[in-house]
Write a protein that binds this ligand. Sequence first.
Ligand code: SF4
Ligand code: SF4
Length: 428
Amino acid sequence: MSDDPVRRQGPPEERRRQRFISKSSAVSLKYLRRVEELPHMPEALTPFLHILGHVFVEQGGAVKPEHIPTVGTYCVMVPPELIYAAGAMPVKLCGGSYTAFNIGDDVAPRDACPLVKAVMGFETVGAAPVYRECAMIAVPVTCDCKKKLAGYLGERRPTVALHVPSGRDRDEDMERFVEELYAFGAKLTELTGAPLSYERLSWACGLTAAAQYELSRFITLRRKAPLVIKGTHYMAAMNAMSYTHISLWTRHMRALCDELEQRIRNGEMASKENRPRILVTGSPIVFPNFKLPLLIEEMGGALVADETCMGERGAYDPPAIVDQSTDGILRALANRSTRPCTCPTFVDNKRRLYRIRQMIEDYRVEGVIYHVLRGCLVYDYEYRAMEEELGKLGVPIIRVESDYNEEDVEQLRIRIEAFVELIKYGKR
Ligand code: SF4
Ligand code: SF4
């Protein structure tokens, strides 16, 4: 071993990596504790928090059977069924880390969104096994940030850029996306050696259908008033899905639904008071960037619903398979992944307004918080239309812009508190 104290500590990159690991673990632990400390946490939420703790605090890999390789994805528009059918497991890698964001901030242009900066930060520093262990990465080319991310990752890792159509109502658009899925399927087969047969694809559709069944139970339970589970707890369970093999996540979700149903039978609700019922929509909210849901609940709001792609949008209904063949399943997956999607990266997005109106009714929403990650233009563009629509319905809405740091927490706190008070005042 070297006598030189500097050399003994390892090269500067290694020291930087170690600093990164300890800082990012500490931040994740802090947010995990805050989620745990919220009152009325169901016991069955514990496995979901263990998964987040394992990945972000202990810096472990994805939670899965050992022999299965992982494929990193960056969007709900990459069908997980294809990856499971090829004998791999998808891991959703959209980054929520403040520590990785700070590193990515030096790599990406100033106005890039923090989510993409965080991904670039993880890649640059070479930490976080959940990122490092991915045998392949699939980046959907949706917004400009994702496009450049595909290029950045493509220079460093085996990466597939998945071209998602910007419209989805014309047959030609759908045909092009089906071709993309075929090409992606071929890359997956190269990786695992497993051809995408009809049998494998239907088996994988069965896996996701079981998860969707439990999720639909959960959504029904969430619509209860008063609330049976806090919104932040719900978001933690949904975030954990990104890093867990789907059969395991389904099992945990089943146990959570069973516990919540028992709570209802016992008359134990998570929020007995008449708290303003709030829906969150907008840019993705990825753990550990949980400052917004935590603030809503700490400031006296009831976070009853979230229309983000880390929430309900991530688990639509199972694909509607008309033609029982490999091609039929691929077409059904292409349809399911894009047609109902309310992501603003599509040219026409009336679906989102419709979806929000429907959620306001289903969840008896009294106010909407519109979350814009700084630099996320696609969501920002749609704010005006949303504001107009909600104005017609008489539902208050605020736009909150945030970044991946804690400097804006006090400002967000003041605005959210005022919004919650405004709803309360309107109810008097
Ligand atoms: S916001 Fe849109 S493009 Fe981004 S991950 Fe979600 S669904 Fe995909
Ligand atoms: S949709 Fe928004 S948050 Fe997602 S990658 Fe694009 S700019 Fe970033």
